[in-house]
Ligand binder design. Sequence first.
Ligand SMILES: [Zn+2]
Length: 112
Amino acid sequence: MNQYPKVKCLNCRKEIGECNFKTFTVNLKGYDKNGKRKLFCSQECYDQYKKQFEVEVYNGCSIYAVEHLGEIRYMPWWFSSYYFTNIGDCRKRIDRKEVGIYPSYLFGSLVR
Ligand SMILES: [Zn+2]
């Protein structure tokens, strides 16, 4: 009996094993292009995968862009809990990390 779906690394497709709560807690996490949470088998795979979504390095911070439902969403860091719909706002956020600019939208609402 196999209660849990087998999970594969999003980058190299190697099987990570059965997916359960512990897997999700300890493994490296990221989004696929549909905004779904996915897992990676190693730091190398994680870094390689992230690189595809890096659109620019601004002030030493990588900006990542993920397309969802035809809309490009810019994140000031990978696996950010929120995103911006234009890269200018994303840069502003990086410029003023400590000021606390409210994000346009919560990214979490689409990965539920
Ligand atoms: Zn892998």
